[in-house]
Write a protein that binds this ligand. Sequence first.
Ligand code: ADP
Ligand code: MG
Length: 214
Amino acid sequence: MTELDAAWADRWLRECARVLAARREELIDLDRAIGDGDHGENMDRGFQAVVEKLDEGPSGSVAAALKLAATMLMSKVGGAAGPLYGTAFLRASVAVGERDALDGPTVEAMLAAARDGVVARGKAEPGDKTMVDAWAPAVDAAGRAGDGEAALAAAASAAEAGALATKPLVARKGRASYLGERSAGHLDPGAVSTSYILRAAVTAAVSEISAGAE
Ligand code: ADP
Ligand code: MG
């Protein structure tokens, strides 16, 4: 089994940057439909800044990696998503604490802290068509899974399903809520970016295997 350790956390953040760069235009289009069209650019810029920091040296611990992400996202992403993701990663960092590596319960605790941070900051509930609709089912699924990798995989799948399920919803929080009923019929960009971030955590766990086989 792959250790969910500091090296994994750094791979996770680099994979986030890779995926969000690749999905930049898609997230821009999603946000253009029910917002102002900046979400793809915001997320790409934020995670490129995270990678620039990582290039200065490995973060050294899971908590330090999550804190580095929080700091960079808070200062570089802007909009609604910057403070929301910043708070999520900061709370996640605190939840991980001194641990060298994560197991199933700590993955769940990390994701629950992130979700709670998003909720504390944005006051959205499940069903409001926000990133909470990806975070909340992810936490629930992680709690039902086994070891750390299984918890991450369950969380990512649940976040993807949660993001897809935002399509028919009417937005009750954030910029999309200004559209009222017209926000229905579109995916929520923040829920989609959350699903990419959580899928990246799984890819980072699996990628060590392929790296070792080279
Ligand atoms: P902005 O809306 O300021 O342009 P972004 O486009 O970067 O910011 O991010 C929009 C995303 O932020 C939405 O798709 C939604 O998922 C999330 N969001 C907005 N407001 C809230 C909130 N109050 N609670 C949770 N998530 C929110
Ligand atoms: Mg926007």
